[in-house]
Design a protein around this ligand. Structure first.
Ligand code: DOR
Ligand code: ZN
Length: 408
C-alpha cells in the first residue's frame, strides 16, 4: 500500500490518494495538516486501522493521471541505435507519460500479427504501458492493406502509416471502411497537410468512419477539422507541443535539430493551433517522439532525417505555453494529455478514479528548469528545446502503483 498525501488535484482540491495492488484504492479529501483519514505523516496508519503503508508527501505538488501519449516512435525493431522500447519507455516515465502508443515505421514494419507478438516480451518489461499501432499498408508502401483483423487480434490500438502519407484515395477509402467494420481507428499522417486532411475528412464522411489526424500544425488544417466536426464528421485531431511553441525561425537558428514532419510553421499557425486546442477542435496533445542519432541530426537541413524527441519535455512545454501563458486552465491542459487520448483510443488510462490502474504522476507546475538533453533517459538528444527554460516538472511517476525512479 502506498499513500500519496497532501497533494492538490488539477482542480485545486487537496487530496490523498491510496494505492493498493496496483490500483487506485481511493481518493480522500486531504486534511492538509500531515494527517489524513488513512494515515499519518510518519507513515503509521490512521483512523481506519493498522494497515502498513509507505507514504509519499506531495505537499506543493499536483497529482494527476499519468499522461497518455498516443504518438511515439520507439524504433524497435530495426533502429535500436536511435531508441528502443526500454529506453523509450524510461523517457516516457521521466516525462510523466505512463501509457504510449508506438508507431509502425520500424524495420521490419509493424504490419503483421507475428511482428507485434514478437515484441510483447519487450513491452512487458517496459517501464510504462506501451501499445502498438499497426501499419495500414504492407511495408508502409501504400499499395496493399494489412490484415486489419489479425492486427486487431494481436493487440494494436489503431492503424497508421505514420511517417508516410497514403497517397491513393481509393486505398484510403477502403482502409477507412474496413477499419470501421472492425471498430479500429485510422490515424492519418497528412503530408501537404491541409490538402490531405481535407481529402481524408471527405473520405471519412463518405464512408461514415472515424478518422484521427496526426500532428496538426497549420491554421488551415485546424479550420478543416473545425468545419468537419461542425458537420458531424467523426474526426479527431492531435497536435504536438512544438506546434504551439516554436516557429520555423528555429530552423534558421538550430538547423536540422528543429526539423520535423510536418515542419514548424508561422506564428499565425501557432495562434490557430492554440485556438483549436482551446475550443475543442484539436482533441489531444501527443509528442510524435521521433528519436534520431546525433550523427544523423548533424547532417545539413534536407539531408538529416525529420523528427524530434518530446517525451521528456511535453509536460513542461505544454504547461509553459498553454497554462502559464494564460490560454488554458491546468485541468484543461492535463485533459488534453490524459482523458482525451485515452478516450480516442479506448484505453483504460488517463483517469484518477478509484478502481483504475494506479498510473499517477506528481508534478510541480511552477518549477522552472532548463532543458539539458544530456540528462534525458532517451537514447536520443534531438530536441529543439535544449537550453530553453520551461515551467512545470514531473517529480514522481507511478505505473501500476510502482514508483519509477526519475533522474534528479
Ligand atoms: O518528423 C517526423 N519524424 N515525422 C514523422 O511523421 C515521422 C517521424 C519519424 O519517424 O522520424
Ligand atoms: Zn510520427
Amino acid at each position: 500500500m502506498t499513500l500519496i498525501k497532501n497533494a492538490t488535484d488539477v482542480f485545486g482540491e487537496r487530496v490523498d490518494v491510496l494505492i493498493e495492488d496496483g490500483l487506485i484504492a481511493g481518493l480522500f479529501p486531504s486534511r492538509g495538516d500531515g494527517s489524513c483519514v488513512l494515515g499519518t505523516a510518519d507513515g503509521k496508519s490512521g483512523d481506519t486501522g493498522a494497515v502498513p503503508m509507505s507514504c509519499v508527501d506531495a505537499t506543493g505538488l499536483i497529482v494527476a493521471p499519468g499522461l497518455v501519449d498516443m504518438h511515439v516512435h520507439f524504433r524497435e525493431p530495426g533502429f535500436e541505435y536511435k531508441e528502443d522500447i526500454l529506453t523509450g519507455s524510461a523517457a516516457a516515465a521521466a516525462g510523466g507519460v505512463t501509457s504510449c502508443c508506438y508507431m509502425a515505421n520500424t524495420s521490419p514494419v509493424l504490419d503483421n500479427a507475428d511482428i507485434i507478438k514478437s515484441l510483447s516480451g519487450r513491452v512487458n518489461t517496459a517501464a510504462v504501458n506501451c501499445f502498438p499501432v499497426g501499419a495500414v499498408t504492407l511495408g508502409l508502401e501504400g499499395k496493399v492493406l494489412t490484415d486489419f483483423a489479425a492486427l486487431k487480434a494481436a493487440g494494436v490500438v489503431a492503424l497508421s502509416d505514420d511517417g508516410i502519407p497514403i497517397r491513393d484515395p481509393e486505398l484510403m477509402e477502403r482502409a477507412l471502411q474496413l477499419a470501421k467494420e472492425l471498430d479500429l481507428l485510422i490515424i492519418s499522417h497528412c503530408e501537404d497537410e491541409a490538402e490531405m486532411a481535407e481529402r481524408d475528412v471527405y473520405l471519412a464522411e463518405k464512408v461514415n468512419a472515424r478518422l484521427h489526424i496526426a500532428h496538426v500544425s497549420l491554421s488551415e488544417t485546424v479550420d478543416i477539422v473545425r468545419r468537419a466536426k461542425a458537420r458531424g464528421v467523426m474526426v479527431t485531431a492531435e497536435t504536438c507541443p512544438h506546434y504551439f511553441s516554436l516557429t520555423s525561425d528555429e530552423v534558421s537558428k538550430q538547423g536540422a535539430m528543429a526539423c520535423m514532419n510536418p515542419p514548424l510553421a508561422a506564428s499565425r499557425d501557432i495562434d490557430a493551433v492554440i485556438k483549436g486546442l482551446c475550443d475543442g477542435t484539436i482533441d489531444a496533445i501527443a509528442t510524435d517522439h521521433a528519436p534520431h542519432s546525433a550523427e544523423e541530426k548533424s547532417l545539413p537541413v534536407g539531408r538529416a532525417p525529420n523528427g524530434i524527441i518530446g517525451l521528456e519535455t511535453s509536460l513542461g512545454v505544454s504547461l509553459t505555453y498553454l497554462y502559464h501563458s494564460g490560454f488554458m486552465e491546468l485541468s484543461e491542459v492535463i485533459a488534453l494529455m490524459t482523458t482525451a487520448p485515452a478516450r480516442i483510443l479506448g484505453l483504460e488510462a488517463g483517469r484518477l478514479e478509484a478502481g483504475r490502474p494506479a498510473d499517477i504522476i506528481l508534478f510541480d507546475p511552477n518549477e522552472q528548469w532548463t532543458v539539458d538533453a544530456g540528462l534525458f533517459k532517451s537514447k536520443a538528444h534531438n530536441t529543439p528545446f535544449g537550453g530553453k527554460t520551461l515551467k512545470g516538472k514531473v517529480r514522481h511517476t507511478f505505473v501500476r502503483g510502482e514508483s519509477i525512479p526519475l533522474q534528479p
